[in-house]
Design a protein around this ligand. Structure first.
Ligand code: FES
Ligand code: FES
Length: 402
């Protein structure tokens, strides 16, 4: 892994990445900046275009490790940009998009033209935009939209800026990113870093998962259970019992030292995934806290997940038990598009509600399966209901509904 620090949309961030990771994957999968689209992934279609040190750049053929200290601006970072705002309006007016897949890259490239070219004719715009391919709309509307913004701006007395105001020629990889670290300047010379924390072998013989990984996102949950804290804490020591309360979870093996192997079935719309994985479970009797450190992979969707859950059980005011849960997680692959923290938080709320319902049933001596007979976590319906809720709120705001 290679340590890299860079500025993305004005935010400084650091990460450990594989030297071969391209910038688009890094931004999409670990930063949730999915406005940068991927089409060909070999530098031809322009869908992945973003700005590196102010220069339009193909992020699918740019190593993230080569961007040490670079200023990266994605389409999300152009939300309040004056030229991008005018381009978005012109794209709408001129019908310059249908599916919108190429549009983020188009806007980034077009913005550069608007800034740079004084009064380009149609042919000049077509040639200048020829590095961005559109598979469904065609180029008439796109060319008109770009020309409209340029004409409007010149009409308002806003002149072109030579070189779009760039003080250095980018992009990353040309060593113009300030303070380029040797590791980034010569990725092939990157020394393999020491493997993080030697993995201690558990009594089960299985290697322990590293605990020092950095989650992409975190969320917190608190819930109460009507049964006494002593009873809830004791139940949490029964790993199979806890798993039976989690929709979609099943266990293959549980060893005495808390090493668990199992699977989690998840359905998101047409995608059915079965994450097979391992987890290490620890408990501290004195503080009534515990951790679940897990990792899983679904072969079919090529998605992987990593999570560290910390929980604490205490007495709730007025009786019963209070459980505080902190979750750090990372999701990569096809299902990463559902990893936005707001969406995950809402899905977690619903998952927790199902878990608590099952837990109450188990503690009352019943069967969890009877309380909520869910053998597969249908995140699709959860996500759908969340999205429906969001739209309901949005329409409420727009039309003043309360
Ligand atoms: S995805 Fe980068 S150029 Fe096509
Ligand atoms: S609008 Fe669909 S690919 Fe361009």
């Amino acid at each position: 892994m290679t340590a890299v620090s860079l500025n993305v949309n004005g935010r400084r961030l650091s990460a450990d990445i594989e030297p071969r990771t391209h910038l688009a994957d890094f931004l999409r999968e670990s930063q949730n900046l999915t406005g940068t689209h991927l089409g060909c992934e070999h530098g031809v279609c322009g869908a992945c275009t973003l700005l590196v040190d102010g220069s339009p750049t193909r992020s699918c053929i740019t190593y993230a490790a080569a961007c040490e200290n670079a200023e990266i601006t994605t389409i999300e970072g152009l939300d309040d940009d004056e030229v991008a705002t005018e381009l978005r309006a012109a794209f709408r007016e001129e019908h310059a998009l249908q599916c919108g897949y190429c549009t983020p890259g188009m806007i980034v490239s077009a913005r550069d033209l608007v800034l740079r070219l004084e009064t380009p004719d149609e042919e000049t715009i077509r040639v200048a935009m020829s590095g961005n391919l559109c598979r469904c709309t065609g180029y008439v509307g796109i060319t008109r939209a770009v020309q409209k913004v340029i004409t409007d701006r010149r009409g308002r007395g806003i002149a072109a800026i030579p070189g779009a105001g760039r003080k250095r020629l980018g992009p990353a990889g040309s060593r113009n990113a300030s303070g380029l670290a040797p590791a980034a300047a010569a990725p092939q010379a990157v020394k393999a870093q020491a493997k993080p924390a030697a993995k201690a072998a558990a009594a089960s013989g299985a290697p322990r998962l590293d605990e020092d990984w950095k989650p992409q996102a975190t969320l917190s949950q608190t819930f109460t259970v009507s049964h006494p804290a002593d009873e809830v804490w004791a139940f949490f020591g029964d790993i199979r019992g806890v798993a039976s309360c989690l929709p979609g979870a099943s266990l293959d093996s549980v060893s005495e030292d808390g090493h668990v192997e199992g699977r989690m079935r998840v359905k998101v719309g047409p995608i059915s995934a079965e994450f097979g994985g391992v987890a290490d479970v620890t408990r501290d009797e004195a503080s009534r806290t515990g951790t679940i450190n897990g990792a899983g992979k679904d072969q079919k969707s090529n998605s992987a997940t990593r999570g560290l859950i910390r929980y604490a059980v205490s007495k709730a005011e007025g009786g019963g038990a209070k459980v505080d849960v902190d979750v750090g997680y990372a999701l990569t692959g096809m299902l990463a598009q559902f990893g936005r923290s707001g969406l995950v938080q809402d899905v977690a709320n619903r998952l927790t509600a199902a878990f608590v319902q099952n837990l109450e049933a188990r503690l009352a001596g019943g069967d969890a399966a009877e309380a909520a007979p869910v053998k597969e976590l249908d995140a699709g319906s959860l996500v759908f209901s969340v999205i429906k809720g969001w739209f309901g709120g949005l329409f409420g705001k727009l039309f003043g509904r309360r």
